[in-house]
Design a protein around this ligand. Structure first.
Ligand SMILES: [Zn+2]
Length: 118
């Protein structure tokens, strides 16, 4: 496990894969980056929502919440991410943190990537 700069980042990394706000590690070749990620629904809720709204939009009680003024289905973002260069809590440079613990970061990135595919 990567040694985080502060308890805040440590907790946010542990929240990866859950609904709410978390921080995820992402690696693309030599590029290592942390992202602040928001997931309004659990993965199970998002899967069920996708099936319900596509197959039975008129039977879904929550349907009206996700329609625009003309009654058309509006997209629901189930995953939002923004790259972060510094820890939002303590200000530590996260690129340097990732570089100083490459092996641990890469293991975390693999674990976080697996969570996205579930
Ligand atoms: Zn921090």
């Amino acid at each position: 496990m990567i040694t985080a700069c502060c308890v805040w980042l440590e907790r946010m990394l542990l929240n990866a894969g859950e609904s709410g706000i978390c921080v995820v590690a992402f690696r693309d070749g030599d590029a290592r980056q942390f992202f602040l990620q928001a997931r309004p629904l659990t993965r199970r809720q998002a899967r069920n929502w996708g099936v319900l709204i596509q197959s039975e939009p008129l039977k879904t009680a929550a349907g009206p919440l996700f329609r625009d003024e003309r009654g058309r289905l509006a997209p629901l973002h189930t995953l939002m991410r923004v790259p972060i260069e510094h820890c939002p809590h303590c200000g530590r440079n996260l690129e340097k943190l990732a570089r100083s613990q490459r092996e641990e970061f890469d293991q975390l990135a693999v674990a976080h990537a697996a969570l996205q595919e579930e």
